[in-house]
Design a binder for this molecule. Structure first.
Ligand code: SF4
Length: 113
């Protein structure tokens, strides 16, 4: 049995997942059941951070992945953000790095700059 807190919504239900049968208990909605199963089979996370930006109002631009990436790829994605520099102007939602680290996810801007 694995215990975890569902992070899909602010309610934070305490989940118990049987790793053999993938039975989830403690969830208040179906999203928690999916989250619990995914956490023991193929955990993913949306990565948020900032990248350097040239010619902008600020020195850093907030970004995130447009979908969750495998948890084991998170540090690779963070390193990709660290070594990337955007050039202003940048629009909210603009794809800055496509298919980051081969994850199938894109790095997108989360504000105009
Ligand atoms: S199980 Fe449902 S209600 Fe509970 S934290 Fe997860 S998403 Fe929210």
């Amino acid at each position: 049995m694995k215990e975890m807190i569902c992070i899909v919504c602010p309610r934070g239900c305490h989940l118990t997942v049987d790793e053999e049968t993938l039975t989830v208990k403690g969830n208040s909605c179906p999203r928690g059941e999916k989250y619990g199963r995914d956490e023991v089979t193929a955990p993913t996370r949306t990565v948020t951070g900032t990248v350097a930006v040239e010619g902008g109002l600020h020195a850093r631009l907030p970004v995130r992945t447009d979908k969750p990436v495998p948890k084991e790829k998170m540090f690779d994605v963070m390193n990709a953000l660290h070594s990337y520099t955007a050039a202003a102007p940048v629009r909210l939602g603009e794809v800055l790095i496509a298919d980051v680290c081969g994850t199938g996810a894109n790095i997108i801007a989360t504000r105009n700059m």
